[in-house]
Design a protein. Structure first.
Length: 408
C-alpha cells in the first residue's frame, strides 16, 4: 500500500506541477480558454476576470502538485487536488459530450488533448485523488507547519512573478506555431501521404413538391423530373491540419499580401496589434515610430490588426495597415502589440512591446550575433526561472531522501 500511495503521489504531483507550469508560461493562452468557456456557457459577463483566473489556476495547480509531491502541508494539497478533480471531471465530461470547445487547454499549448482524452485523464486522476484523500491521515509531518506554509507561500510568490514575466516578456518557451526559426510557408503545407479531410456530400432534389436527399451513389441523374435544390457537405473524417492553416493578410484596399510578405527575400517587420483601441497609446506610438524608421531604411513594415476598417482608418498615418483574423493574431503573438522580424518567410526575431530593440537596431544585417545579443534582455526572466527550477529540485531531493513519509 505504501508503494501504491507513493506512486500515486508521484503521478498527481508531477501532472499538476506540469499543468500549472505550462499554463504559467503562457497565461494569456489560458485566459483565452476561459473566454471560450465563458462564451460557450453564456457567462460572458465574467470576461473581465479571465486573466486573474488564469494566473490563479496555474498557481493553485502548481502549489497543489508541489504539496502532494513534497509533503509540505500535504493534507491541504490533497484537499485542493480533490476539489479540483471534483470540478474538472464532470466539467470535461460535459465538454466531451457537447464539444463547445475543441481543446480544453489543460496543458496549455504544450500538449493538445481531445475532450474525451481529457475526461479519461481526469477520471484516472480523480480515482488517484480519492485514494489519497481517504488515506490523508496516514502521513508524517515534514517540518513545523509555519515553516511549511512559509515555503509554499514563497513558491507561490515566485510562481506568480514567473507568470507576470511571461506576460510582459513573451513566454520563456514558445509553444505556438509562430516561434523564432519557423519557416512559415513550410508550416502551411500538407506533406505528401498525410490524410486529407473526408466529406459526405448530400444532394437535395425536389419533385412534385417533395424534397428528398440523395448521395453520390443514388442521386437521380437520369430522371429529369427531379429538380436540383441544394447540396450540403458534412465532415466525416478529419485529415491532417498543418500547424499554420489560417494565415491571411489583407490590406485595407482588399489586396492579399500573404504571399508577397512570405516570399520577400529581404527583411520585413510585422507589428501585431489584435485591437488597436485596446493597446497602450505610448506603445503604439513607439511601434509606429519604428515603422517610419524601417520605411526610411528599406525595411518592409506592416501593421497587422483585427480592428474594424473604420478604426484602422482612424490610425491611418502612412504605414501599411492589414486586416488579419483575431484568432490568428492570438496565435502569432500574445501581447498587444508584438513585433516579428521576417526574412524570406522565416521568423528570425520576436518581441513584446517591452523587449523590442530600439529603432536604431533595425539597420543593416540583423541576423547572427546581433540577434543573439537580444536574449540578454531576458536576463531577469532567466534568473527567476532558474531560481524556481533550482528551488523545486532541491526541495524534491530533500523529500525523496526522507524515508519516513507515509505510514505503513
Amino acid at each position: 500500500m505504501k508503494i501504491l500511495k507513493t506512486f500515486i503521489r508521484l503521478i498527481i504531483g508531477l501532472v499538476f506541477i506540469f499543468s500549472g507550469t505550462v499554463k504559467a508560461i503562457d497565461p494569456l493562452g489560458s485566459a483565452y480558454k476561459f473566454e471560450d468557456y465563458f462564451h460557450a456557457f453564456r457567462l460572458d459577463f465574467l470576461q473581465f476576470s479571465v486573466l486573474p483566473l488564469a494566473v490563479f489556476l496555474c498557481t493553485a495547480e502548481f502549489i497543489a502538485g508541489f504539496s502532494v509531491l513534497t509533503g509540505y502541508r500535504i493534507k491541504s494539497g490533497i484537499l485542493t487536488v480533490m476539489i479540483m478533480m471534483l470540478i474538472f471531471t464532470p466539467l470535461t465530461l460535459i465538454l466531451a459530450l457537447t464539444n463547445p470547445v475543441a481543446d480544453c487547454g489543460c496543458f496549455g499549448d504544450a500538449v493538445h488533448l481531445t475532450n474525451w482524452q481529457t475526461f479519461g485523464k481526469n477520471l484516472i486522476l480523480l480515482i488517484f485523488a480519492v485514494i489519497l484523500f481517504r488515506g490523508r491521515n496516514d502521513v508524517y509531518k515534514q517540518y513545523n507547519p509555519a515553516a511549511e506554509w512559509l515555503v509554499l507561500s514563497g513558491m507561490a510568490a515566485v510562481f506568480v512573478i514567473f507568470s507576470i514575466l511571461n506576460l510582459r516578456l513573451l513566454p520563456v518557451l514558445d509553444f505556438l506555431p509562430y516561434k523564432i526559426g519557423t519557416h512559415i510557408p513550410e508550416k502551411m503545407i500538407v506533406p505528401d501521404g498525410k490524410p486529407v479531410d473526408e466529406y459526405e456530400t448530400t444532394f437535395i432534389y425536389e419533385k412534385n413538391g417533395l424534397r428528398q436527399e440523395f448521395t453520390l451513389d443514388n442521386f437521380p441523374s437520369t430522371d429529369t423530373s427531379w429538380k436540383f435544390v441544394d447540396q450540403k457537405s458534412v465532415l466525416i473524417k478529419k485529415g491532417y491540419e498543418p500547424p499554420i492553416h489560417d494565415l491571411s493578410i489583407i490590406s485595407i484596399n482588399n489586396e492579399d499580401l500573404t504571399d508577397i510578405i512570405l516570399s520577400d527575400p529581404g527583411y520585413s517587420v510585422l507589428m501585431v496589434s489584435k485591437k488597436l483601441s485596446k493597446a497602450n497609446s505610448k506603445n503604439l506610438t513607439a511601434g509606429f515610430e519604428l515603422g517610419y524608421h524601417c520605411m526610411v531604411n528599406g525595411i518592409s513594415f506592416y501593421v497587422l490588426s483585427a480592428s474594424g476598417s473604420d478604426e484602422i482608418r482612424r490610425f491611418d498615418n502612412g504605414l501599411l495597415f492589414c486586416s488579419v483574423d483575431e484568432t490568428t493574431l492570438k496565435t502569432i503573438a500574445r501581447l498587444n502589440p508584438c513585433f516579428l522580424l521576417l526574412k524570406g518567410g522565416t521568423i528570425i526575431g520576436k518581441w513584446s512591446w517591452a523587449t523590442v530593440p530600439d529603432k536604431e537596431w533595425f539597420t543593416g544585417n540583423m541576423e547572427g550575433k546581433q540577434i543573439g545579443s537580444l536574449y540578454a534582455r531576458k536576463s531577469k526572466f532567466t534568473v527567476i526561472s532558474l531560481i524556481l527550477s533550482l528551488t523545486l529540485i532541491s526541495l524534491l531531493l530533500s523529500i525523496l531522501l526522507n524515508k519516513k513519509f507515509i505510514k505503513e
